[in-house]
Design a protein. Structure first.
Length: 477
């Protein structure tokens, strides 16, 4: 079964976790990063421990998003190998008929999103007092999505004899508080601190003005031969705006955020997995659970809110131990936060220059030449041979090729497609003190504030004396 899934050598997390979970006599918190095979790390022992179908749910798995829940359920089904074990996914926006049928059949393993499980618990459609195993996947992300109260309520409905497994890429204090209250005795298993850094990914950043971000994104997408990446934005309005502008420029992109329907989300994710589109514009939460390998680039259109979110983004290029490139656009107002991200992630984010127009055009031309060479080597031009002879019969071959390139690429190979990117100037935040001194020392600037400050200082020192004098010499009428 494992050979069919191309499992030959276990990953570090699988090597440490699977023996512990096969015994499964203790509660475990595991600190594991995205893309290291943690689903198999708990899925294989779970498939081995559940031997037969019973008239109650045996295992509950919580995932923060629908996509991650579907991915986990599919992975566990692949490990069961003809066992009579029922695995069901229940999430928000799913048909109620499907959910009720799954609950009536007493599914052995149910993968939930927190809100949907809370809904069914309130309606008393499921009981968790007999479950044997409880797994919380991406616990830190559920914390970021404000699911902490829902998790506490779910754990209150479970029995004390269950075995609990908690996976998290980072280890916030709130997660440890939940573990201390609800997990009893537990063991923390984590990789070394240096292994949690993002050193496997080539990390770069551009100093750039906000108005030039879209132009820089276009240049990065054009200069890379096999660009296949995700562009992360802070808000859904940014996602909509960037997607609309890229589509207007004839780029093949799709977008992902919470305001689109489930059917549309699944269609977009399937297209991205099949590489029918090369660029996905998404928010952090909407992109959770997208299991896509071979991602070459992650573009941080703006710095995320915290280093944990940055780590989650960057690790997407390192799924299945494949390297990639993470590029962050840093505006002058964000530059003061960058050293904090470097220290928190224990990595060196290198400053790079934005690709200039000449290099982008050279890269495009080399891509066209390589595509033509590969077509000639593979003899994929034979179908068009008759037409080629007819065109070249009375025409110059160089002029003919130039005309075909013009018809095919039009303005793609012209520098007019790109506009100039201005240099990013330092933010006034950094120079506020020096700017104040400069304005204050000018002969015609801010003299009123300066005099007012001197007046306050002198009045403070002589305040008591003035009061006494005025009180003694006050005239009576």
């Amino acid at each position: 079964m494992l050979e069919k899934k191309w499992f030959k050598i276990p990953s570090p997390i699988q090597e440490k976790t699977i023996p512990l979970l096969l015994a499964w006599d203790k509660n475990i918190i595991w600190q594991a990063q995205t893309g290291t095979g943690k689903t198999a790390a708990f899925g294989i022992p779970l498939a081995e421990k559940i031997l037969k179908h019973e008239n109650h749910t045996q295992a509950i798995i919580l995932a923060p998003t629908r996509e991650l829940a579907i991915q986990v359920a599919d992975e566990i089904r692949s490990f069961l190998h003809n066992k009579n074990i029922n695995v069901v996914t229940i999430y928000w926006w799913q048909s109620y008929e499907i959910q009720l049928k799954a609950l009536k059949k007493w599914a052995d393993i149910i993968v939930w999103t927190p809100w949907r499980l809370i809904d069914h618990l309130k309606r008393k459609r499921i009981k968790l007092d007999k479950i044997k195993y409880m797994i919380l996947d991406e616990a830190d992300e559920m914390l970021n999505m404000w699911f902490i109260e829902e998790i506490k309520e779910i754990l209150n409905h479970t029995n004390d004899k269950k075995s609990t497994m908690l996976f998290s890429a980072t280890m916030p204090k709130e997660i440890l508080k939940v573990a201390q209250k609800y997990m009893g005795k537990y063991e923390i298993v984590s990789v070394k601190k240096e292994q949690l850094s993002c050193t496997q990914t080539d990390q770069l950043y551009f100093n750039i003005n906000y108005r030039d971000k879209l132009e820089a994104l276009c240049r990065v997408m054009d200069i890379e031969k096999d660009f296949f990446g995700i562009v992360f934005c802070k808000t859904k309005s940014d996602v909509d705006d960037i997607t609309a502008q890229l589509i207007h420029k004839w780029y093949s992109v799709e977008w992902l955020h919470w305001d689109i329907s489930q059917n549309q989300r699944e269609r977009i994710i399937n297209k991205f997995k099949a590489k029918k589109i090369k660029t996905l514009i998404a928010t952090d939460v909407a992109a959770r659970g997208i299991d896509v390998n071979d991602i070459t680039h992650v573009i941080n259109y703006s710095l995320p809110q915290n280093p944990d979110a940055y780590i989650h983004r960057v690790w997407r290029t390192w799924r299945a131990w494949k390297t990639g490139t993470a590029i962050t656009f840093v505006t002058p107002s964000e530059s003061r936060r960058l050293p904090f991200f470097k220290r928190a992630t224990n990595t060196d984010i290198k400053l790079e220059k934005i690709p200039n127009i000449e290099n982008v055009l050279l890269s495009k031309k080399s891509q066209i030449i390589s595509e033509v060479k590969s077509a000639i080597e593979n003899n994929s031009y034979q179908k068009q041979m008759d037409l080629a002879k007819e065109i070249l019969e009375n025409n110059n071959p160089y002029e003919t090729v130039a005309a075909l390139l013009e018809l095919k690429y039009e303005n793609e190979l012209c520098s007019t497609k790109y506009r100039k990117i201005s240099d990013a100037k330092p933010s006034r935040w950094w120079n506020r003190r020096s700017n104040y001194r400069w304005w204050n020392n000018r002969s015609s600037g801010w003299w009123y504030n300066k005099n007012r400050w001197n007046y306050k200082r002198s009045s403070k020192s002589n305040n008591s004396g003035k009061r006494n004098n005025t009180s003694k010499n006050k005239k009576k009428y």
